[in-house]
Design a protein around this ligand. Structure first.
Ligand SMILES: Nc1nc2c(ncn2[C@@H]2O[C@H](COP(=O)(O)OP(=O)(O)OP(=O)(O)O)[C@@H](O)[C@H]2O)c(=O)[nH]1
Length: 729
């Protein structure tokens, strides 16, 4: 007969032995071993209900068989037989109760079908009745069974049922508490294993007093062993600057926030040195009580690296800020950073004014396509194109030339382009000017020679080659002749260096010789080029070929000094020559003769043969008469058919006579002009220096007077000046 006994109502008196009950509760609080508690419980009930033999059988973890049997009053063989017994419907009172979760009351073991297989065993143990109550956990799981045996057939009364239920409930508490304790022990053991091997320092403290320190903490804080830390206050391990921070975190945990997130803090080693950490606190149960588990991570190295990075970023930032070169960083073609140099180059009041501007808008229209193409290439290949010269637009729209170099960088965690640029507007202008200078150098008609300070030629232009005939390569490295002493006019060398030294330039006319050997005249201007300190670095020599001008000048001079028809010196040049001859004769203490010659009957030639024939006659006679003179003598035509000869190098007046004879002969010899044979003669008057005078005019006048006398005397003759005849004339 099976009965699921009705539970006693709350109003029923519970006759549980108070002494036993409080003993069991005490044992529970003291966490005494489960077996001891359960045995005490069973013995207490047996004592209260005489004849009752109690057992408690505990199921295995899966709830399929009885793992342990606690039955202090049953025979040992019986307990041993039940240990390991499977549960199931009809498998004895306990097997069935454990299986169904319902109380099973068997009043007569010998006749009850549940006991069919076990009644012999029961008989051997002298057991006749068995009431079994399942022990249910708080969640309703069957933990085991509590049973009361009797040696005689017996049915339970209400009090039995209440007691059996209360015992089962108490057993349940003991079993569950034991299981909890075991779980806690297991988890604490696991926790301890974990933290013991943790590379991070771990401290467990309760209200700031350290209960546990793992080996990493011992090492980190510089303790001999854990005991040096256990019992000390955490506050002494925290840097004073961080004590209030850590205190409020601890209070937050105690106040119910189970985890405080990782934060940076600074702790102190036992020797007082500080180290940076990341710290996290968690509320835990430690040895059955509330505690705080603290994990530290030493971030000294990371902090040092961060500080170094920060320093280097600072250095880099200030470098970029003070660079004279413009730096712009752009992302998606928009400016995200600009240094002050970029602002001033682009005409912005502050770098801030450039933020967000499109780099396309800042680029001159002619260069936008190229710029975008380079950006595309850079993005595709990751390779920075070489620097380029482009034009940018300042904020006021004016144009500047820049040299631009862009490179890919990471900026604020995203790819960006850093463009650095230098304003080369002036440099470009200078380059253009230089280009112009080079063009001028190459293309001017003036020869230009540039020498070093030692007057050695470092460059010469094409016009120099044209003028001198020397190729540039031939003269490079050679001394420039213009600076040398040589066949120049007197004082040339001194004046050149004096003027260069005092004025920095010199100019003058110089006769030189072309490579071909041909002499030529050049107008030379030399300028000294000095550096900022005033030291001469170069000389620039400008050469102008003035030979044509010189020739023209000579022609003009010739016209002024020579007779156009006969090419003999004219009156002007005669006076000059005569003056020179006088001073030379005076120096040599010699004498000279001035011969005034007028043709006889020339008018008639003109009249008979024409003026042209007269001219031809004059030319022919000029040549002949000139040929009658000696080297050093001069024949001049002073007008019409009048000539003057100056005979030098005479020791006395008579020495002139052979020449005078030759002159008479030259004038008198017939001349063939065209078809005509023409013959004239000459009358000559002679004045002698110094006897007849010492001045040009006087000598000429006296020679003229004497010529007149010769005419009068019959022509074709010569007449020396005679002081007596003059007074008579
Ligand atoms: N063909 C030619 N005739 C000239 C030139 N200059 C002057 N006459 C002429 O030369 C002549 C010189 O005059 P005169 O000396 O009186 O002539 P003349 O026949 O020699 O007379 P006497 O001196 O008295 O013998 C003049 O008829 C001038 O016109 C010239 O350049 N060419």
């Amino acid at each position: 007969m099976t009965a699921s006994g009705n539970l006693p109502g709350p109003g029923l008196p519970v006759q549980w032995d108070a002494e036993c009950r409080s003993r069991v509760l005490e044992m529970l609080v003291a966490s005494e071993p489960l077996l001891d508690i359960l045995e005490t419980l069973l013995q207490g009930l047996e004592k209260q209900r005489s004849g009752a033999l109690c057992s408690l059988m505990l199921l295995d973890a899966q709830g399929t068989f009885f793992e342990r049997v606690i039955a202090p009053s049953l025979p040992a063989f019986y307990s041993a037989a039940l240990t390991g017994m499977a549960i199931g419907p009809g498998l004895g009172s306990c097997g069935t109760a454990a299986y169904t979760g319902e109380r099973v009351v068997v009043e007569d073991i010998a006749s009850h079908p549940y006991w069919a297989n076990y009644k012999a065993l029961a008989a051997q143990a002298g057991l006749a009745a068995c009431w079994s109550q399942p022990v249910l956990s708080a969640t309703g799981r069957v933990l085991g069974t509590f049973a009361i045996y009797y040696r005689e057939q017996r049915a339970p009364d209400t009090e039995d049922l209440v007691l059996i239920q209360q015992c089962a409930a108490l057993a349940c508490i003991a079993i569950e508490k034991d299981a909890e304790a075991r779980k806690l022990r297991d988890s604490e053991a696991r926790y301890r294993t974990l933290v013991e091997f943790s590379p991070d320092p771990v401290l467990v403290h309760r209200m700031g007093t350290i209960l546990y320190a793992n080996p990493a903490a011992v090492r980190t804080f510089g303790a001999r062993d854990a005991s040096e830390l256990i019992g000390t206050g955490t506050q002494t391990l925290i840097h004073p600057d961080y004590r209030s921070q850590q205190l409020s975190r601890m209070q937050a945990i105690v106040g119910g926030m189970t985890i405080q997130p990782m934060t940076e803090s600074r702790f102190l080693r036992l020797d007082g040195t500080a180290f940076d950490v990341e710290v996290q606190g968690t509320s835990i149960q430690y040895q059955g009580q509330d505690a705080i588990h603290v994990v530290l991570r030493d971030i000294t190295e990371r902090k040092a690296a961060e500080a170094a990075l920060h320093d280097s970023q600072e250095r880099f930032r200030s470098l970029v800020e003070f660079l004279p070169m413009g730096i712009i960083v752009h992302q998606d073609r928009l400016v995200v950073y600009a240094n002050p140099a970029a602002a001033s180059t682009l005409g912005a009041a502050a770098a801030q004014d450039l933020m967000g501007l499109s780099i396309v808008d800042l680029t001159h229209a002619d260069y936008r396509g190229g710029t975008l193409e380079r950006l595309r290439l850079r993005e595709e290949t990751g390779i920075d194109p070489p620097p380029v010269e482009i034009k940018l637009l300042k904020l006021d729209g004016s144009v500047i030339d820049v040299q631009m170099h862009a490179t890919l960088i990471q900026y604020a965690g995203a790819p960006a382009v850093q463009a650095s640029f230098t304003d080369i507007t002036e440099r470009k202008l200078a380059r253009d000017t230089l280009q112009l200078s080079a063009n001028v150098f190459s293309h001017v008609r003036e020869g230009i020679v540039i020498t070093d300070a030692d007057t050695r030629i470092v460059d010469a232009n094409k016009a120099f080659t044209t003028i001198t005939g020397y190729a540039r390569q031939e003269v490079l490295g050679q001394q420039a002749h213009i600076f040398q002493q040589g066949p120049h006019s007197e004082g040339y060398y001194e004046s050149l260096w004096r003027d260069l030294g005092t004025q920095g330039h010199w100019s003058g006319e110089v006769w030189s010789t072309r490579k071909s050997g041909e002499p030529y005249a050049e107008m030379v201007t030399i300028s000294a080029v000095t550096d900022a300190q005033g030291t001469v670095r170069n000389y620039v020599v400008l050469l102008v070929d003035i030979t044509p001008m010189k020739n023209y000048q000579k022609r003009l001079e010739d016209l002024a000094h020579f007779d156009a028809l006969t090419h003999l010196p004219n009156r002007l040049l005669l006076a000059d020559r005569l003056r020179q001859a006088i001073s030379q004769t005076q120096r040599r203490a010699q004498t000279l003769a001035v011969v005034f010659l007028d043709l006889d009957g020339f008018k008639a030639v003109n009249d008979h043969h024409g003026h042209g024939v007269g001219d031809e006659l004059l030319i022919a006679l000029s040549q002949r008469m000139k040929g009658a003179l000696r080297d050093g003598d001069t024949l001049a035509r002073i007008g019409g058919d009048e000539f003057v000869a100056v005979l030098v190098d005479l020791q006395q007046a008579d020495d002139a006579q052979p020449v005078l004879e030759r002159l008479l002969q030259a004038a008198a010899d017939p001349v063939t002009v065209g078809d005509a044979l023409i013959q004239v003669s000459a009358s000559m008057g002679i004045a002698v220096y110094p006897r007849d005078g010492t001045h040009v005019d006087l000598l000429l006048r006296r020679a003229d007077q004497s010529m007149y006398l010769a005419k009068q005397a019959g022509r074709n003759r010569y007449q020396f000046f005679n002081a007596g005849s003059e007074s008579g004339a």
